[in-house]
Design a protein around this ligand. Sequence first.
Ligand code: AMP
Ligand code: MG
Length: 406
Amino acid sequence: MISVEEALERILGEIHPLPTTQVPLAQAPGLVLATDIVAQEDMPPFANSAMDGFALRSQDSQPRAGQPPRLRVTGGVAAGYVADHAVQEGTAMRIMTGAPVPPGADAVIQIELTRYDGPESAWVDVLEPVTAGNNVRPAGEDMRRGQTVLRQGTELGPWEIGVLATLGVAMVPVTRRPQVAILGTGDEVIDVDQPLAPGKIRNSNSYLLAAAVERAGAQPVRLGVARDTVESLREKFHLAMDSDLIITSGGVSVGDFDLVKKIMAEQGEIHFWRINMRPGKPVAFGHIGQVPLLGLPGNPVSTAVTFELFGRPVLRKMLGHTRLLRPQVEAIVEDGISERASRRHYVRAHVTWHAGHFVARTTGNQGSNIMTSLVDANALLIVPEGGAEIKAGETAQALMLDWPEM
Ligand code: AMP
Ligand code: MG
């Protein structure tokens, strides 16, 4: 048996980031930037007002003989337009938030600090003095032309997408999104819209995996279920040959695996490991033709856990991420873990922050066929190899499944 770390290292050693491409901005969320992004313009591109108010010369706002100065209003400038004349001494222009500051003006006073009788009025009283630059957002305040604004390797989330939109990057250079073929196996497995028949179970794994693949940022393609025959497997694999990764579930237990092995020998190469973990001991990894294949065990919880431990880092590496692994924290295990396993045990749990500590509660029956105990789990508690009991109130490392990778 090999350790989880060794399996992960061997798998990731065979995986490389996909080629770079350009995608429309709206398709870029979740992808990873393939190049630095350098601003081609100043942002904002022009000095503009931070407030609704009046553009004026700051020296005209000083009180005269203790009285608020009265300035003549010569016009207005709305967002999206440019003033058709300059602000002269003793005058002001109505201005809206985001509108370019007219020439001649060096400040904006917000409307609340003036007395103004409305659009018909030709005069405004300035109730407080303002300094030069007041409420003016200078050109280039946010980004300067030539400045590197986003670095290669950055994951594009909403804020980064906003920056790219501001800079007019309509097509974004990214590492390509992996397309993942997902294949169920087994004569007992039927599709979700089929009525149950004696001996049959529904295909939970393919749907679970498709959702997990999508959450990892990749594009799943479900290929249905292969029967337990060489011909059926061969036919399904044939459909997957232009994928970036094939993920199978089931068919890697000792007897079954002979089938998969046959195809591998015929079409590629495969390594089959017993990994020193529970759930999810048997995992296969290799290639069919040039396409990497990750063969996960059939029990749904084993599928889920081995995908999180191996499949997700593989997809993140393909996507160009450098942070591949979920963070771990030390958590107090409120209810303890009495079940002892000689393999490393990943225990489904819900972790919260309470009174200055991470606190974990296990989510119930830990059998590898018990899907309901996945439902509320946001973490896997790691009980080291050798199987020590963790008493209530003792601590364990928690792998945080809902925290971003570090
Ligand atoms: P196997 O590794 O093929 O021996 O499968 C191990 C267990 O997982 C068996 O109980 C299978 O019925 C079950 N199983 C395999 N594939 C699926 C699937 N796609 N959905 C749900 N259960 C499955
Ligand atoms: Mg099977």
